[in-house]
Design a protein around this ligand. Structure first.
Ligand code: BGC
Length: 255
């Protein structure tokens, strides 16, 4: 299946690889969302096989985008905080293009989520234009991902989850995984997030924070507990932002 108004996105996480066909004019999924467990060990070769299964399931034959939880510079993976270390320095675009026979473009997962939110979610104004000024997308999941937008233009690979805060890698204290690991209530976790947001706020003076990732599924549990000066909006596109953002990014690259 292939159509100029359709794209294909794959969102790779530590536990699952999810894919769908995306309507690029609305940001909505144009197919089911198909998920396959991330192979263990999650090596580039093993993931390439799963990518081919996802493509085959949807009978997709056009370009596709992949959202990935690491630094990805022009298709080359540059870090591996929560993924298999064998990914470092792999040219993912070249590898996945070779195994699938399709044109593949990979980008950071939080950057992808931000692209989707800025185009079709809370970062888009009613007339469709992006929120002006400096918008910081932050995803709270296994790690903390960041996507920085200046007048709608992405500054990729900001990696602000790894800011050092009180002697710790920030995501090790304030991610959604840290909340579960330390068995914290929302009330106990919120001060950690507030401390983190205040730090990012002091460094970047954003006009808006958009918060996504697993923790954004229940924003009413913790967002009211956060007291900072910058407005914060919960992400709107929930689980699909990585898929949609990856498909949009591929489309923009090949346009
Ligand atoms: C990674 C980022 C990623 C974030 C969310 C961090 O540990 O370094 O690249 O965006 O997790 O998955």
């Amino acid at each position: 299946m292939n159509d100029a108004a359709l794209g294909f996105g794959i969102d790779i996480g530590g536990s699952g690889m999810k894919a769908a066909i995306v309507d690029l004019s609305t940001g909505e999924l144009a197919s089911d969302r198909y998920r396959i467990d991330t192979p263990q060990p999650a090596t580039p070769e093993a993931m390439g096989e799963v990518l081919c299964e996802l493509v085959a399931h949807h009978q997709w034959s056009g370009p596709l985008g992949v959202a990935f939880p690491a630094v990805v510079r022009r298709g080359v993976v540059g870090s591996a905080a929560n993924i298999d270390k064998s990914w470092i320095d792999v040219d993912a675009d070249a590898l996945f293009t070779e195994v699938s026979g399709l044109d593949v473009h990979m980008l950071n997962d939080a950057d992808a989520a931000g692209i989707a939110e800025m185009r079709f979610g809370v970062g888009a104004l009613p007339d469709g234009s992006p929120w002006p000024g400096v918008v910081m997308m932050l995803t709270f999941g296994t790690g903390i991902g960041s996507g920085l937008f200046v007048d709608g233009i992405l500054v990729p690979n900001t990696e602000l989850g790894h800011l050092e805060l009180d002697g710790h890698d920030a995501e090790s204290k304030a991610s959604a995984k840290a909340r579960e690991r330390d068995d914290l209530s929302w009330k106990e976790w919120a001060p950690r997030v507030e401390r983190y947001l205040r730090h990012v706020e002091a460094l970047f003076s954003p006009d808006l924070f958009i918060v996504g990732g697993g923790a954004s599924k229940k924003p009413d549990k913790w967002l009211p507990l956060i007291d900072i000066a910058t407005p914060i909006l919960p992400a709107e596109m929930a689980n699909n932002s990585g898929i949609v953002g990856a498909a949009l990014a591929m489309h923009d690259v090949s346009a």
